[in-house]
Structures are given as structure tokens and as C-alpha cells.
Write a new protein. Sequence first.
Length: 331
Amino acid sequence: MSKLIISLSPHVHGGDSVERNMYNVVIALVPALLVSLFYFGVGSLVVCAVSVAACMFFEWAISRYLLHRAPTLTDGSALITGLLLGMNLPSNFPVWMVIVGALVAIGIGKMTFGGLGCNPFNPAIVGRCFLLVSFPAAMTSWPVVGQHLSYMDAATGATPLSVMKAAIKTGDASLLDRMPDSIDMLLGNVANGYGAGTIGEVCAAVLLIGFAWMLWRRVITWHIPVTILVTVFVLSGLLHLANPVYASPVAVVLSGGLMLGAIFMATDYVTSPMTHRGQVIYAVGIGVLTVVIRNWGSYPEGMSFAILIMNAFTPLINFYVKPKRFGEVAK
């Protein structure tokens, strides 16, 4: 007589997996990486390759020799961490600093908490914030678009975010007249001696292509990226209307790492809320903090710090914002 085996749901496999989602994110990042190669040349390739290799090595070494368990390099998480860390760095960033950032991202940001699924903070952002605090000069030396004949000797210049910050500090709205127009910022064609920022933020258009890919593949939903962008746009618009010394909301949304962070980093499964309502609250918090740090903080960019702060609030959001239990009677 055969036994009837009863197991917990779900009973049908949906075909989803960590590997599928991770490698779909990699595919979504490919257009941004290719555009960075066009604008920055070999520097972007060196930084991203070293970052990926270092992250994968440190995850393998820590898993095998410190945690004494089988490495899980094939799930793609270390690859994503390395790629995102590299794309959050300038294209002339020293190799040894990239390796230090990878060690912090994997060793402290991820493996210290038990590995994938256990980390409370996005590992790539942990690595980036550590590098920003530890090596501020190297992290804020932005290569000029097109000046990529050499790696370490690339010419550098101020980014649009730096100009926005200078206008606010001096109260001189005329400084904003030197800003690139919105089309150039959308396409990454930031000329006139401007630094274009980090490797991954150079072209907003290709980041939107990656966003469309992940939506189509159902890797993420629209709630976090769209809410962040709308929040920043609305708050920046109100500030601009109140005082023209603040840049236009379109320029604010297209500048810096806002697109990269909103689409690829704030949407991290482990460190973002589980419910759509919680994701909207989380995203509004990121948008508000980004605007506050950009306009009144010490650094021109505030996206990474905003995501890191809201990562810490994710457990609290999950606790208070959760769906009603099946069969629960409303009070």
C-alpha cells in the first residue's frame, strides 16, 4: 500500500530561483557597462573586473576557510556585489583600493552576517560607503568623459552634483547655467570638462533600459524605483520653485547615482521590505534622505547613505507593515 505524503505549500515549482534573478540583473547591467567602456575606456573595465574578481575570491576564501562550508559562487550574488561595487567607483580608482572595498563588502557587509539572505545592509553599498569615508579624495576625483587614453592619469573635473552643491553654498543660481542640458545628462554626453561621476551612473538612458528588462523578467517590481524617483522629483521641484538656487528636478533626477541606486541597489531582495506598501514607505524614506543629504549634507551625493539608513529600518517596516493573516478578522 503506497503512503500518501503531505507537504507544505507551495506544491508547484514556479521556475524562479536565486540564480535566475541574479543573472537577469547582470544582463540588465550590461548596457550600462558597455556605455561606460565607450565613455571611460579601459579604466571602467579594469575597475569592474578587479572588483568582481576580488568579491568572488573573498566569498570563496571566507566560505571555505573561515565558515568551513561549501562556497556558493554559482548563485551569482558575489558577481552582482562585485559588479555593483565597481560601477559605484570612479574609472580611475586605484586597484588596491578596489580590493579593499571588495573585502569590506563581502567580508563585513555580507559574510559576517552569515552570507546571502542574512545581511541587513546591501554589501556593495557597505563597500562603497567605507571607501568614501576612508579615501574621500580618490572617491571624488571624477574622470572627464572622453579623456580615457590612460587609466590612472585621466583628466578629472567637477560633476553636475558638485556644481549644484556650489550653487547652494554660495547662493549663486547663475552657477547652474553651466550645467549640461537634460538630454546630455540622459545620454551621458557630459562635455565642457565635467566629470561624469562613477562608472555606472554615466548614462541614465541605459539604466532605464536595464530597469525595463528587470520589470519584463519580473525580477523586481516598479514600487521602489518609481517611488524614489517621484519623491526626489517632487521635493526637488518644490525647492526649485521656492528658490532658483536649487537645481531643476529633471537635472536632479538625472544626475549622480540616483538612477543606479534606485533601480539596482535599493531593490535588493534581502535588504528591502517584503510588501508593496512597505516598499513604498521604504522608497519615500530613501528619496527624502537623498534630497536632504544632497542639499544640506557634507557630500554632494546622498543616495548610498540614504539606502544604507533605510536598510536599517527594513525589519521595522516589515514588522508593522504586513499583510493580514488568512482568516484573520479585522478589528
